[in-house]
Design a protein. Structure first.
Length: 267
């Protein structure tokens, strides 16, 4: 919640642009002028942190002048949800050869190490905000699809689904109006966990140099750049983005745990 608030109010919370370089004060510790210090290029770390949160949670930068509402992590999970729900419903409800084809393809994706899958996808299509969203969505889709499939297999045996079949309802109406609404609880909880995984994935990609292109204030790339200057005694460039990344992921996981407990209470 903290990072969402500061991301929404980012222009009001700092006088500096995340790309502004104060060449007089590179690699400085916290001060009144720069509350969290500066990086090796004299950029204000507080500004880069809150604008980094803005990219993750609030806006998706398509170019320097074009932004879409909704952060990179949220778009990635949203696309993965659409793909995973459609594939999971088709696999669980239709069964047979459709189930075999979809599940074997998804199993092949799950068998690959996640980092290797990211490297293959981003190396093939290039590093940009949209491509990062697509790569994270592709990686997240198999887990969501398998969850939706398992829920569909259970709900498809309920009496109201059998009644819909007897009435001659179409498979699309049954899947999206009878099955999906009754599976929304676990899907919503899992989606919150997926947002946390997406944030962590963004940090990992940024650290490996496959994240948002510079000079975007990507937390992972901030950690990667800062760790090169650890031997000179400049710790702030690593400490602050690492704490920001860890606190956001842990917070999202705690929210997901709370939602799961509430959903179990009302079952």
């Amino acid at each position: 919640m903290f990072w969402l608030i500061v991301a929404l109010a980012a222009p009001l919370l700092t006088p500096y642009s995340p790309t502004y370089q104060d060449w007089i004060a590179p690699k400085q510790g916290p001060s009144l002028k720069h509350p969290l210090g500066t990086d090796q290029m004299g950029r204000d770390l507080w500004s880069r942190l809150i604008y980094g949160a803005r990219v993750v949670l609030v806006v998706l930068p398509l170019s320097e002048d074009i932004w879409l509402p909704g952060g990179t992590a949220l778009w990635a999970v949203g696309v993965a949800l659409v793909l995973g729900i459609v594939l999971g419903l088709l696999s669980g409800y239709l069964g047979g050869w459709v189930d075999e084809i979809i599940m074997r393809l998804l199993d092949a994706m799950l068998a690959m190490p996640v980092i290797l899958l990211y490297l293959i996808i981003i190396s093939a299509i290039g590093a940009s905000a949209v491509n990062i969203v697509l790569s994270m969505a592709i990686v997240s889709t198999p887990g969501i699809a398998r969850l939706v499939r398992s829920l569909t297999l259970d709900i498809a045996t309920k009496e109201y689904v059998l009644a819909a079949r007897v009435r001659g309802e179409s498979i699309w109406r049954i899947m999206f109006l009878d099955i999906l609404p009754n599976a929304r609880g676990p899907i919503i909880v899992n989606s919150m966990l997926e947002v946390g995984y997406a944030v962590f994935a963004m940090g990992t990609l940024g650290f490996l140099g496959l994240g948002m292109p510079p000079p975007s204030p990507d937390w992972g790339s901030m950690i990667a750049q800062g760790q090169r200057h650890l031997m000179t005694g400049h710790l702030w460039g690593v400490i602050w983005p690492a704490l920001a990344l860890a606190s956001l992921v842990v917070g999202l996981n705690l929210i997901a745990d709370g939602m799961r407990e509430e959903s179990l209470r009302y079952q």
